[in-house]
Design a protein around this ligand. Structure first.
Ligand code: UDX
Ligand code: UDX
Length: 470
């Protein structure tokens, strides 16, 4: 079966870039990305490519080459579903904030809504592709909904988890380590798998395309994210020990990373991992393990999250303790708010939690991030506080302690301390001599990403604290 029309529901960080690359690499396929959020679709259609809702290196170029040719962004979900042979579901699956499984389980309400809408609208056979990260056996749920409410149409459900990392999404899509496609091991399931293999074969080699049964594919995504996050929590755990023993965590990471069995990637100690996936997926994994009555396995993975929370708190506490046990009324400058460099995404960013901790101690936080807007930064904090049930009055008092600047000098001048929360390259190019002149003394720098040169900063006169530096 040759795919001619693809529809993707969800024009977010995953759906937008993934479909743009499919459109570029498969000029014969018409790709329509739909979303309920009209503002987001308008932004994807904006003439000025700087206004795309997702910032990714190389994305604007891909969109400029494909949009209006074989790539379309629309809010008309029904039409896109009706005309597609293959429908990707790339809606968000956040951690549940209510009811059964609150704080742990993935909220599948959007996925379920998509399945119901597809069942209602579809008039001919379709392949449904799960792109969103989902608990194991979700394909079964989707299949059941499709089969019980459909119009006698045949649906084949595939799992095709996305492994791209934000900030390098386009490159990751062009040169994927692997694409994983899970499907039913029946004749029609195998045909559907082959149809998706053919799409990716437009630019990837057979070696890069793995096929499995549906459940292995769904579980592999959770497992991959759990393993990656576990490495960060492991090195962050060692960073605390390094600080107590005068070892240097970067030296330790380098030394162990040269062992080919361990490998050098994902061993960068930090203020803690963030992003839309790691925490959500591990919590989801923990919930699944508990559900299947595997408490030892659940506890094992939960430690990865607990250690990450500890690391964020430890960083905030270190700032407070070093600043003579209080930051009340002090100006603390934040360099960076995004959860990593080269993205405007802030979901679960460590910066949110560090800011919360410091504001609770009375600090005034002055943020500069090259890509994140003031409204997003404030919305992140308000969301956290509302989730915790903090009163409206208290939230308005707390939010008055956050200041967002477009010029980094405004954030840094007359500050008592600087905290680096995101590893943006530009921070290493600043004139740190001048920054020092314009700060209160002693001038503290807390490098939550270990990107600044400690010896240079110490030489200038800063009191410099890195992560895991004894
Ligand atoms: C994706 C995945 O779907 C998630 O499971 C994975 O773990 C991370 O990547 P992402 O693309 O980052 O999520 O989410 P987001 O940027 O929030 O985009 C989802 C889009 O779906 C939003 O634009 C939202 O408006 C849209 N949506 C949501 C719909 O169009 N319909 C819905 O019913 C729900
Ligand atoms: C992750 C997975 O890498 C990707 O395969 C999956 O599809 C989605 O989740 P993403 O969250 O976009 O991607 O970024 P990633 O590069 O994995 O970074 C996640 C967090 O870990 C960031 O906050 C980053 O700063 C942090 N990190 C990463 C470290 O603290 N140390 C490291 O060594 C690597």
């Amino acid at each position: 079966m040759k795919i001619k029309n693809i529809c993707c529901i969800g024009a977010g960080y995953v759906g937008g870039p993934t479909m743009s690359v499919i459109a570029l690499k498969c000029p014969d396929i018409k790709v329509t990305v739909v979303d309920l959020n009209e503002a987001r679709i308008n932004a994807w259609n904006d003439e000025n490519l700087e206004n795309l809702p997702v910032y990714e290196q190389g994305l604007a170029e891909v969109v400029s080459k494909t949009r209006g040719k074989n790539l379309f962004f629309s809010t008309d979900v029904d039409i896109a579903i009706d005309t597609a042979d293959m429908i990707f579901i790339a809606v968000n699956t956040p951690t549940k904030t209510y009811g059964e499984g609150k704080g742990m389980a993935a909220d599948l309400k959007f996925v379920e809504l998509c399945a119901r809408q597809i069942a209602r609208v579809a008039n001919n056979d379709k392949i449904i592709v799960e792109k969103s990260t989902l608990p194991v056996r979700t394909a079964e749920t989707i299949q059941t909904i499709l089969d019980s409410t459909g119009n006698g149409v045949n649906f084949e459900v595939l799992s095709n988890p996305e492994f791209l990392a934000e900030g390098t999404a386009i490159d990751d899509l062009f040169k994927a380590d692997r694409v994983l496609i899970g499907g039913n091991q029946t004749p029609s399931g195998k045909k559907a798998i082959q149809a998706l293999v053919d799409v990716y074969s437009n630019w990837l080699s057979p070696k890069q395309i793995l096929t499995t049964n549906v459940w292995s594919s769904e579980l592999s995504k959770l497992t991959a994210n759990a393993f990656l996050a576990q490495r960060i929590s492991s090195i962050n755990a060692m960073s605390a020990l390094c600080e107590a023993t005068e070892a240097d965590v970067d030296e330790v990471a380098h030394a162990i990373g040269t062992d080919s069995r361990i490998g050098s990637k994902f061993l960068k100690a930090s203020v803690g991992f963030g992003g839309s996936c790691f925490q959500k997926d591990i919590l989801n994994l923990v919930y699944l393990c508990s559900f299947f009555n595997l408490p030892e396995v659940a506890n094992y993975w939960e430690q990865v999250i607990k250690l990450n929370d500890y690391q964020k708190h430890r960083f905030a506490k270190k700032i407070i303790n070093t600043l003579f046990n209080t930051v009340n009324g002090k100006k603390i400058a934040f360099l960076g708010w995004a959860f990593k460099k080269d993205t405007n995404d802030t979901r679960e960013s460590a910066a949110i939690y560090v800011a919360d901790h410091l504001i609770e101690d009375g600090a005034n936080i002055h943020v500069y991030d090259p890509k994140v807007s003031e409204s997003k930064i404030k919305a992140d904090l308000v969301y956290l506080w509302e989730l915790r049930g903090i009163s409206e009055l208290r939230i308005s008092q707390k939010i008055a302690k956050i200041f967002v600047h477009k010029d980094y000098n405004e954030a840094l001048n007359n500050s008592h301390a600087i905290a680096v929360l995101t590893e943006w390259d530009e921070f290493t190019t600043y004139d740190w001599n001048t920054i020092y002149q314009n700060m209160y003394k002693p001038a503290f720098v807390f490098d939550g990403r270990n990107i600044l040169d400690a010896s240079v900063l110490n030489e200038i006169g800063f009191q410099f604290k890195g992560i895991g530096k004894g």
